[in-house]
Write a protein that binds this ligand. Structure first.
Ligand code: SAM
Length: 288
């Protein structure tokens, strides 16, 4: 169906299936007809691509993805939506719906079994309560995917796409930059959804890097250091890392010195290379 953004159509379909919105599952469905075609176009939904969608709602984005890509596999947790989707997506033979929690699906296996020979991308209007865990899972698992294009809360999008070395950045900025090239694509107002959420949104894309930055000998320690560095934003790197990781201050200070950084440097001033250097020095000094 092509008119899935029409409020009367949505009310009719949902009414016939006695569907009520679940706030806990982040069910704010898109009613602005310009948004889904843009997500699909900018999110690699094209010939030669298989798309994983997370959270279908009544299938408004799924429909646009299925028109453009070779195949769409959509994961939707709410079983009440499955009969709705059988109706709204009935014209598409290239869509498969999996009724499951995206955090529990084996994505390596899904890609292998469903997308043989195709390039793969992820597109979604994400349920906001699991934005960061989903994005980090998609990137950290080193899935064979080209891009992740998702709608997120505006503030979350700004943090995810902040430039390294600026006040807006946080640990999640470092993590997404490590695995991908993030880009803020466009903003979406709260009035574009039914029911409208309390915040505005934006669409971001992560183009997955073929190679992660050089120089990290222990990723687990690197990300632990990064989380520690940004856990107390107003503090200096030395104070923040020593307090949160339980490392002696003189050792943290020595790692800062050996990294060629100023004594009182704050974590948000650091580039990816400087963070990597610092984490490696810290690891050596602590004998880890
Ligand atoms: N794509 C639709 C749209 O744009 O109108 C719906 C988007 S709505 C913001 C989020 C969707 O994700 C809902 O359909 C919700 O049921 C589903 N969802 C919530 N948690 C999920 C999870 N853990 N795994 C898969 N789907 C989930």
């Amino acid at each position: 169906m092509d008119n899935l953004c029409d409020i009367n159509v949505i009310k009719d379909v949902l009414g016939r299936h006695s569907f009520t919105f679940s706030k806990a599952l982040g069910q704010n469905f898109l009613v602005n007809p310009t948004v889904c075609p843009k997500i699909a176009q900018m999110g690699n939904a094209e010939r030669g691509f298989g798309i994983i969608e997370i959270g279908t709602g009544i299938g408004v984005l799924t429909n646009e993805l299925a028109k453009r890509a070779d195949k769409v596999v959509a994961v939707e947790i709410d079983s009440r939506l499955i009969p709705v989707l059988e109706e709204t997506l009935s014209e598409h033979s290239n869509v498969k719906i999996i009724n499951d929690d995206i955090m529990k699906v084996d994505l390596h296996r899904l890609i292998q079994e469903e997308f043989g020979g195709l390039q793969v991308a992820v597109c979604a209007n994400l349920p906001y309560y699991i934005t960061s865990p989903v994005i980090m899972r998609l990137l950290e698992e080193r899935l064979p995917i080209r891009s992740v294009t998702v709608m997120v809360q505006k503030e979350a999008g700004q943090r995810l796409c902040a430039k390294m070395g600026t006040r807006e950045m946080g640990a999640v900025t470092v993590a997404v930059n490590y695995f991908s090239e993030p880009k803020l694509l466009f903003n979406v107002s709260r009035g574009s959804f039914m029911p409208p959420p309390n915040v505005d949104s934006c669409v971001v894309r992560f183009d997955v890097r073929e190679n992660t930055p050089a120089g990290v000998t222990d990723e687990k320690f690197f990300f632990k250091t990064v989380r520690g560095a940004f856990s107390q934003r107003r503090k200096t790197l030395v104070n923040s890392v020593s307090a949160s990781l339980g490392i002696d201050k003189p050792k943290a200070a020595e790692a800062v010195k050996r990294s060629g950084l100023e004594e009182n440097v704050r974590p948000e001033k650091l580039s990816m290379e400087q963070l990597i250097k610092f984490s490696e020095e810290l690891k050596t000094i602590c004998g880890l």
